[in-house]
Design a protein around this ligand. Structure first.
Ligand SMILES: Nc1nc2c(c(=O)[nH]1)N[C@H]1C(S)=C(S)[C@@H](COP(=O)(O)OP(=O)(O)OC[C@H]3O[C@@H](n4cnc5c(=O)[nH]c(N)nc54)[C@H](O)[C@@H]3O)O[C@H]1N2
Ligand SMILES: Nc1nc2c(c(=O)[nH]1)N[C@H]1C(S)=C(S)[C@@H](COP(=O)(O)OP(=O)(O)OC[C@H]3O[C@@H](n4cnc5c(=O)[nH]c(N)nc54)[C@H](O)[C@@H]3O)O[C@H]1N2
Ligand SMILES: [Mo]
Length: 803
């Protein structure tokens, strides 16, 4: 074990550098270079070969980064640059030494950035912080479980505890976790999905009866037209670009709808083909609609209106009458509503020209097979649910559902966030699931719905929730309203993190706090009956096994499944009919129960062992079956809404840089957007910069504009002149969470409005954020490190432990 603290330095934002032009293309040679170099640097050649080359292979592990699916036929290199960063961050054999905890108080650690904490290495010892103390200290596993179970069992009601899940947990861990929580007696199961695709789940559930994509992997290449709305695949789902390229090469078209001209939406250089490496790459988007933040609903309605108008001109040729008659309801109401939509409102809401909208409508009508995909740019809007219902409307009008090359495709975030939901991680699972669960384990699961992520923070704030357990993730940084969230954590009696690395949720804690370190997905999981695998579900409902491939960084680590089994044994013992000890020894036992409880997972142990796993059933996709009250897909009427901003303000969205995975910061560059060595930037359209009396490069404070008595401000950010849509601005997540009020949520899904914050700017008198801001923002500005971004000099020299 070695110290590396001295080698990881904090970033000093004064070195921040902005390039003249953002990049127009994504991936290509730098993609390959950026993937392999840091991996070898941090893990050595052998561990790199055992990890990076095993990623997404049939006998390997599922990439722990995004939820993009794998093709049936795998290439040797089935990974992207950002997947390699995620694996390097997890599998680099560097561990936090025992002395660290005596040397670093929580008060000191709270001054550290997410970057610095993540770079300290892996957690390997269970840790306990007693009430009134400012340090964690190592404890034995048994002692840790004893403390947690005694506190949980000492609460007045099980509803005084909440159990969070982040989307990296495997199906087996997730199933056991929700079983434990329900056996304990609560449905308080908030998860990262509450902040992510919750809007998609609600909108799709209410209209087509299932909250999951209605497409298969092969459909992307087969589509005539793919419309990408509110997502940045070049950074967040890089392997998707290959499928977009395949679509283009078979004659398909691509349209991107985004306030930002993101690199991957324009041009793609495939790092795995000669053309990609040597040439200009493939021109991707045939049309780019630079929509205003929150203008998507108006755009979709305008396109649907044009579909109706075209049908009126040439009756029987534009709408898919056979499909609509047999499978849908609500057509006439939508037609009637849209007739009243006027172009002036649409132009104001979208910031687009009428000709652009006409062009999109013409493309849509000309295409036989259309996929619409979307991500956070849609779900994190106030009208996210309604906007997704408009996506469904548009698809249904021409029968773009339940046929090859067509469908609705929400692109999930975390690698197994969809599987976790399938396994029962949700605060409001339907009665069918709860009944099956109760029957299988001989108990009465709690009936009342539990708290979601936002509601959990509220309940921690006012003392209704007294204990908080997290299976992964970093809720305090990921949720909106950082200052409010941190107070909520500090107001809680007990917080517990089951995790692989240190982050802010480990240092902003309850009165008592514990850390339970677990194995990561890259690591071999040996139990009493031998080596175990776990399973995961990707964004197109394909379920497959994942085998760890390297030795764990420490022998002291337990798997997530083992931790949950032991926690359950200590807390609920034999309150229900479950063989907790057996589950830890043999994951087949868990899967046997999954077969009995989870719809579509019958015979799980056999199907998961088939070549490439299996695909879960999906009514709309497989047979145009819609599990709605009437059995029909519901065309909906949604009142148009868009944001009107007060003079002197802009609408700010928060998004991901190319060097991060959610709250995990790998480095301080955002290569495609031309940002180097810093994250404290706000992207603003040059005309807005002038209109607001600001200057490119100016040092400003960003103020949230809400009159609820809370001061929300980000200090010392740099204005970056950038070709975003007029009236809109962008800054990085999680820093920008300081500005998002907890009560600002999407209607119908309760998802924080991470893409719609009204802000104003003031010249900053702060050269660098103050102490106060350092605590409020999760990225304090200090000296420059480079993390996993090797193109720039100064990657930290890191010693490694033998593992
Ligand atoms: N490397 C990497 N991969 C990741 C992640 C990561 O952090 N790093 N995170 C994972 C997770 S959990 C998720 S959920 C996904 C997120 O994947 P994305 O949704 O692509 O992530 P964001 O960076 O939030 O980007 C949102 C995009 O929507 C656009 N946008 C914002 N507001 C609007 C709007 O009102 N309308 C429209 N049309 N567009 C808008 C933004 O300009 C931006 O391009 O990625 C997953 N994959
Ligand atoms: N302003 C703003 N806020 C947002 C968003 C936004 O776009 N803007 N996006 C939202 C979205 S889409 C999401 S999904 C959430 C993300 O919210 P979370 O899922 O809570 O956050 P992550 O940063 O992904 O969690 C990373 C941590 O998980 C732990 N971890 C990593 N791997 C493992 C593992 O294998 N096992 C265990 N047990 N732990 C592990 C590590 O300790 C790591 O620090 O944030 C949301 N918040
Ligand atoms: Mo997400």
């Amino acid at each position: 074990m070695t110290r590396n603290e001295a080698h990881v330095e904090e970033v000093d934002e004064k070195d921040l550098h902005v390039e003249d032009h953002p990049k127009e293309w994504a991936a290509g040679v730098p993609g390959v270079y950026h993937s392999m170099k840091p991996a070898i640097e941090h893990m050595g050649v052998e561990r790199t070969a055992r990890t990076v080359l095993k990623m997404n292979q049939k006998k390997g592990f599922d990439c722990p980064s995004c939820a993009w699916p794998d093709p049936g036929k795998r290439k040797t290199f089935e990974f992207c640059e950002n997947g390699a960063k995620a694996v390097t961050w997890e599998a680099a054999p560097l561990v936090i030494p025992t002395e660290f905890w005596a040397e670093n108080s929580l008060t000191e650690l709270r001054e550290r950035s997410e970057f610095w904490m993540g770079m300290q290495g892996r957690l390997t010892e269970p840790l306990y912080k007693p009430e009134g103390e400012d340090h964690y200290r190592p404890v034995s596993w048994d002692e840790a479980f004893k403390i947690i179970s005694s506190r949980l069992n000492g609460l007045d009601s099980p509803d005084e505890a909440a159990f969070y899940t982040s989307g990296r947990a495997s199906n087996e861990a997730a199933f056991l976790y929700q079983l434990f929580v329900r056996a304990y007696g609560t449905n308080n199961l908030p998860d990262c999905s509450n902040m992510c695709h919750e809007s998609s789940g609600w909108a799709m559930g209410q209209t087509i009866g299932i909250g999951k994509a209605t497409v298969t992997f092969d459909d992307y290449a087969d589509a005539d037209l793919i419309i990408l709305m509110g997502q940045n695949p070049g950074t967040n789902h890089p392997r998707m670009l290959t499928e977009l390229e395949n679509c283009k090469q078979t004659g398909g078209q691509i349209v991107a709808v985004n306030p930002l001209p993101e690199a991957g939406l324009k041009r793609y250089k495939n790092p795995q083909t000669v053309r990609g490496v040597a040439g200009k790459g493939t021109e991707l988007a045939d049309q780019f609609l630079q929509v205003r933040l929150g203008g998507d609903m108006a755009l979709l309605q305008a396109v649907s209106k044009r579909v109706f108008e075209a049908e009126a001109k040439n009756p029987g040729t534009v709408l898919d009458h056979a499909f609509l008659d047999e499978y849908c309801e609500g057509l006439d109401e939508l037609r009637e509503y849209l007739l009243k939509l006027d172009d002036a409102t649409v132009v104001e809401a979208t910031g687009l020209r009428i000709e652009e909208i006409d062009e999109l409508a013409a493309r849509y009508i000309a295409a036989d097979k259309v996929i619409i995909t979307w991500a956070m740019g849609i779900t994190q809007q106030k009208k996210g649910v309604a906007t997704i219902k408009e996506i469904i409307n548009l698809l249904l009008l021409r029968g773009n559902m339940g046929k090859p090359g067509a469908g609705a495709s929400p692109i999930r975030g975390h690698s197994n966030v969809q599987g976790d939901r399938t396994m029962g991680i949700w605060e409001q699972m339907p009665a069918t699931f709860m009944d099956a669960l109760g029957k299988e384990f001989d108990f009465q699961p709690p009936q009342e719905h539990g708290t979601d992520a936002v509601e959990t923070i509220r309940a921690m704030t006012d003392g209704r929730i007294k204990a908080f357990v997290a299976l992964g993730g970093n809720l305090v940084s990921a949720i909106s309203d950082t200052i409010v969230a941190e107070k909520a954590f500090e107001n809680t009696d007990l917080t517990v993190q089951i995790s692989i690395k240190l982050n802010r949720s480990h240092v902003v804690t309850g009165k008592e706090a514990l850390i339970l370190p677990c194995k990561g997905r890259t690591e071999i999981d040996r139990q009493a009956t031998g080596e175990q695998f776990v399973s995961v579900e990707d964004t197109v409902c394909a379920v497959h096994p994942s085998w760890g491939s390297v030795e764990p960084v420490s022998e002291n680590l337990l798997s997530e499944t083992a931790i949950i089994s032991r926690l359950a044994r200590a807390t609920v013992g034999n309150r229900i009919n479950a063989d907790w000890e057996g589950f830890e020894q043999d994951y087949d036992l868990i899967r046997r129960h999954i077969s009995q409880v989870v719809e579509g997972c019958e015979d799980y142990n056999r199907k998961i062992r088939q070549d490439g796993g299996f695909v879960l059933p999906n009514g709309p996709r497989d047979s145009r079956t819609f599990n709605t009250p009437t059995g029909k897909a519901v065309i909906t009427v949604n009142d148009l809404h868009y944001i009107e901003r007060p003079e002197g303000t802009l609408i700010l969205q928060s998004l991901r840089s190319h060097d991060q995975f959610n709250t995990t910061i790998y480095g301080h560059n955002d290569r495609y957007r031309g940002i180097k060595k810093g994250r404290h930037v706000v992207f603003i359209n040059p005309e807005d910069i002038t209109e607001l009396g600001l200057e490119d490069g100016q040092n400003i404070d960003i103020h949230g504009v809400y009159d609820d008595g809370v001061q929300r401000v980000l200090r010392a950010f740099r204005v970056v002149s950038y070709p975003t849509a007029r009236g809109c601005a962008a800054a990085y997540y999680p820093e920008a969470n300081v500005l998002v009020p907890l009560d600002e949520v999407a209607q119908g899904s309760n998802t924080p409005l991470s893409k719609q914050v009204i802000v104003r700017f003031e010249p900053s008198s702060h050269r660098a954020p103050t102490e106060h801001d350092a605590a409020a923002t999760s990225e304090a500005p200090r000296n420059e490190p480079d993390g996993f971004a090797p193109a720039d000099a100064g990657a930290p020299v890191r010693e490694t432990a033998n593992a």
